[in-house]
Design a protein around this ligand. Structure first.
Ligand code: SOE
Length: 378
């Protein structure tokens, strides 16, 4: 079958621009897709740097103004990998121009922005997706399959955390390239939108909607020099954020994210406890899950350490041979392959903008609860 060409316009060339570009290049080599992705253009403000990014990744052309990129008739899909404060305006304009839209997480800086973005892509009926990539880790997908097959029975508990330590130094400035995540005007929030949002997206995919939350946040370093103004300015982001919550299915949960857990670089862990089974997953060991099945014979019952590398594990038949593991970058390739497959079949591929909006509603409730010191309904 001949494949339709799909011309991609990427906006932003930071860390996420690289993960997405790698996915665009790899997806068609490992998955049989209905489209042939072409890296048509990349857009960012600095002409020299965008040129060298384009040369390195094989983009055919460059733009320095995202509006010009959206107006181009030869672009089918706009991929937003620029800082959070640009997501809403670009996504809404791209949807109005009839482009497919993919957006880095979190969808908006808050749920109001995410709602406007969701309404725009839905009104334009354009395929859309948010890059919550951890849903595409084979081990996490395996847990989802086991849950859907009813292996866990009733769910009692969900537990998730995302720990980092890269902002502990008080000499670290805020704002500008690489450090916009510390500037509340650009990021929207701190670890709540940046890290907890990942935990929440996976949790709601595995365990259903969250109904109410009770949260605490802290900003440990209150002032930092701003890279753009040169002035010492108050820090508006949350450095650490933790909450307890209830899910619609009656289960209880604890969530914690911080950039002040010395020694932890990107420790995303999740655990789910049901009536018959429990599972645990850890990003630092992402190709394994720990699984406990109470229905095993008592004498040999225990936590199984499952190496997710066999052909019957999610996605794995597309990669190497059994026993050989894959990593972080593959989650983006899986997500892009799923998006193209679904688009080719006229389906949408989760997480859609509407799913991203659901996560932003929870992060808004978390920040609200931390302020009010009360339980907040999502
Ligand atoms: C922050 O350090 C960060 O890069 C997040 O922005 C990503 O979404 C997360 O996957 C890894 O950590």
């Amino acid at each position: 079958m001949s494949k339709k060409n799909l011309n991609i316009g990427l906006i932003g060339y930071g860390f996420m621009g690289r993960t997405h570009s790698n996915a665009f290049l790899q997806a068609g080599r490992f998955f049989d897709l209905p489209y042939k992705p072409t890296l048509k253009a990349v857009c960012a403000r600095n002409p020299d740097r965008v040129k060298s990014f384009a040369a390195n990744w094989g983009y055919e052309s460059i733009e320095t103004d995202w509006r010009a990129m959206i107006e181009r008739p030869d672009i089918d899909l706009i991929d937003i990998a620029s800082p959070n404060d640009t997501h809403a305006e670009i996504a809404i304009a791209a949807a109005r121009a009839g482009k497919m839209v993919m957006c880095e997480k979190p969808l908006g800086r808050n749920a109001a922005e995410a709602l406007a973005m969701t309404e725009a892509v839905e009104a334009a009926s354009v395929p859309n997706m948010v890059w919550y990539n951890y849903r595409r880790v084979p081990g996490v997908v395996l847990i989802k399959q086991l849950l859907d097959e009813g292996k866990f029975g009733r769910i009692f508990h969900y537990r998730a955390k995302f720990l980092q330590d890269w902002t502990i130094s008080q000499d670290l400035p805020q704002g500008g390239e690489g450090l916009w995540r510390l500037d509340v005007a650009v990021a929207g929030s701190g670890v709540t939108g940046d890290l907890l949002a990942h935990n929440i997206d996976t949790a709601m995919w595995l365990n259903g909607p969250i109904t109410e939350v009770s949260a605490v946040t802290e900003t440990f370093i209150k002032e930092r020099k701003h890279n753009l103004t040169g002035d010492v300015q108050p820090v508006g982001i949350d450095d650490a954020s933790a909450f307890i919550c209830r899910f619609e299915n009656g289960s209880l949960a604890t969530f914690e994210a911080t950039r002040y857990a010395r020694g932890h670089k990107a420790l995303y862990t999740l655990e789910i406890n049901g009536e018959h089974a429990s599972a645990f997953w850890d990003l630092h060991d992402l190709h394994r899950i720990q699984y406990f099945d109470h229905q095993d014979e008592g004498r040999v019952r225990g936590w199984r350490n499952v190496h997710i590398t066999d052909g019957d594990h999610p996605y794995m038949k597309h990669w190497w041979v059994p026993g050989l593991q894959i990593g972080y970058e593959h989650t983006f390739t899986h997500q892009f392959a799923d998006f193209l497959q679904a688009t080719g079949e006229g389906r949408s591929s989760a997480p859609t903008f509407r799913d991203g909006l659901a996560t932003d509603r929870v992060t808004d409730a978390v920040l609200k609860s931390a302020k009010s010191r009360k339980w907040e309904t999502v």
